[in-house]
Design a protein around this ligand. Structure first.
Ligand code: NAD
Length: 317
């Protein structure tokens, strides 16, 4: 099977291209990426073809999609703050770009490609429940969250309106190798690692009791690759996280254990709009992928720290 990965030179995309290329049922992997936040170097040593271009280029998309058995659509303009500064830019790439991908897939004659789309836990907003289940109403608080909700809604609507085989995943805090500290996402784990390597205290906004459902990128790539192979579909969105709960204070302690030395912390004022609890209900995911075993946080942090120590991309940007 030929697989097209949009955003394939990004953090999750490049990890996925590597996982896909290792599978016997995948003959060819193409990454389509405009390199706005991704990097060609992320695909070094990965047997995938990188096409430098945009999902906003409908002609290019049509050409690439017509040859694919599956499309994993990860390309997006990430970051909540960027979307607050420029909502139209986020909408154009995240919502209209997704519509372009879906239209290209709909236009394929005969067996149309299986489409897997990346949505986000940001669609839930700050609903105060212990586990975020897909049945909860979506209340995004930012233009970024709204654009991801539009993307997943279009994806699911293309299944009901046109019979396209689709799967829309909601990712929670994904971490792991290739996630640079200078990325616009400003994810907490690479920021902590960069500070620890520099011998500086780890910055914690607020009191550090806010909790996250950290998901190792290897676990995400394994689920995505299995979904491609088995052509898994769902009529509703599916959380791609495992329901773990780790506070930022616990994360700092765990990272100290992984690095073999205690790490200092620096408490800063809380960030406006910071969500206190973000934890998935994995029920739907485990129903569709009963064999999946997530990489435990300590193991994932160890692999991430090893990569960080050697990769120039790990340095703060
Ligand atoms: P990333 O920024 O590393 O990857 C996005 C990729 O898309 C980049 O390589 C970028 O260059 C590319 N891109 C952007 N605009 C493009 C365009 N117009 N045409 C082609 N390529 C374009 O971020 P990531 O963390 O790997 O995110 C991948 C997907 O997962 C995104 O859809 C993101 O919204 C979603 N997501 C990620 C997380 C997370 O924790 N990392 C959480 C929720 C959702």
């Amino acid at each position: 099977m030929r697989v097209l990965v949009t955003g394939g030179a990004g953090f999750i995309g490049a990890n996925l291209c590597r996982a896909l290329a290792a599978r016997p049922d995948v003959d060819h992997v193409t990454a389509l990426d405009d390199l706005s936040t991704g990097s060609a170097a992320n695909l070094d040593g990965v047997p995938a073809r990188l096409v430098e271009g945009s999902i906003l280029d409908r002609e290019l998309l049509g050409h690439l999609v017509s040859r694919a058995g599956a499309v994993v659509h990860l390309a997006a303009r990430p970051s909540v703050p960027r979307s607050v500064r420029d909502p139209m830019a986020s909408h154009t790439v995240n919502a209209t770009g997704t519509l372009n991908v879906l239209e290209a897939c709909r236009a394929v004659p005969g067996t149309r490609p299986h489409v897997i789309c990346a949505s986000s836990s940001s669609v839930y907003g700050d609903i105060a429940v212990p586990h975020k289940s897909e049945d909860l109403p979506a209340r995004p608080l930012s233009p970024y969250g709204a654009s991801k909700l539009a993307a997943e809604s279009y994806t699911l609507a293309y299944a009901s309106s046109y019979g396209l085989p689709v799967l829309a995943f909601r990712f929670f805090n994904v971490y792991g190798p290739l996630q640079a500290a200078g990325h616009p996402y400003a994810a907490v784990i690479p920021v902590f690692l960069a500070r620890a390597v520099a011998g500086e205290p780890l910055p914690i906004h607020g009191d550090g009791t806010q909790a996250r459902d950290f998901t190792y990128v290897g676990s995400v790539a394994a689920v995505l690759a299995d979904a491609v192979s088995r052509r898994v579909t769902s009529t509703g969105p599916v959380n791609l996280a495992f329901g773990t709960r780790v506070t930022l204070i616990e994360l700092a302690g765990l990272l100290g254990r992984v690095l073999g030395r205690p790490l200092g912390t620096e408490f800063l004022p809380p960030r406006t709009g910071d969500i206190r609890e973000s934890r998935a209900s994995p029920r739907r995911l485990l129903g569709l992928f009963p064999g999946v075993r997530p990489v435990p946080l300590e193991e994932g942090l160890r692999a991430t720290a090893e990569w960080f120590a050697t990769a120039p991309l790990g340095a703060p940007g």
